[in-house]
Design a protein around this ligand. Sequence first.
Ligand code: BGC
Length: 312
Amino acid sequence: MSKRFAIGIDLGGTSVKYALIDNEGVFHFEGRIPSMADVSAEAVIGQLLFAVEEVKKYAAAHQYELCGIGIGTPGIVDETNRIVLGGAENIKGWENLPLADRIEEVAQLPVQLGNDANLMGLGETMYGAGKGARNVVFITVGTGIGGAVVIDGKLFNGFANRGTELGHVPLIADGEPCACGSVGCLEHYASTSALVRRFKQRAEERGITFSEEVNGELIVKLYKAGDALATECLDEHCRFLGHGIGGFINIFSPQLVVIGGGLSEAGDFYIRKVSEQAFRYAIVDCAVNTRIIAACLGNKAGSLGAASLFLN
Ligand code: BGC
């Protein structure tokens, strides 16, 4: 079979990651630029078009024929895979946007969209940590929490592509407001932003100050050094996340729960702590075949999944 090539783009609140990928999952070219999500939707579209042009130039120079552009975006994508409906709170104006048409008009290549986490989950299942498993729950823990559910080897999207927003599962009744407009969502309590927010709040209350920027990485570093506040906050984070995952296990009884995002790369201790909590909440008979593991493709999962919209 001759090789096929596609552009895979993973759009996030901070950066646009893009690549030229073939049907065996090999990356031939990769780039990363700021997404300008805090500027405007037009600015973000400009960045996406810049990324596409970069890859097209590379492809032309190497005589690779491109079959399309797959884009993973935060938020809910309509059932035609062409319009972002909303729900990407960290990108300004990212609502009711005919994104596939806008990119196609300029790029002159077919475009398909998907939810970012859905496509990361697909990438991890096809080429990464979930390879070989047919029933997988994937969650990515970062600024937000996104999710993907693979059932019998296929991505499950809910009716009309509007489901599997695993970060917005209600965790706490009458809880704190979430960016999505509801209250008490898993994302609001268990994302990396939530960990940082709670850590900063408590540090301030206790008069503790830091010379470095407080982010997930710093909290993990302090935790490893035995810091009491970092331990308290990370333990709480794992309880919240484990609580949510326990629910997913009871619903889907997956073979694997794959956790992606920066924190999942913190070390084995992180997955161990989250697992302890998840299995504490899950029903034993639902959980008996489930393993919780870290994703292994890092930044590559999203663009791989996106390109696979055209390669498989
Ligand atoms: C959004 C999801 C997205 C996730 C990860 C959440 O806040 O609601 O659509 O998949 O963040 O980016």
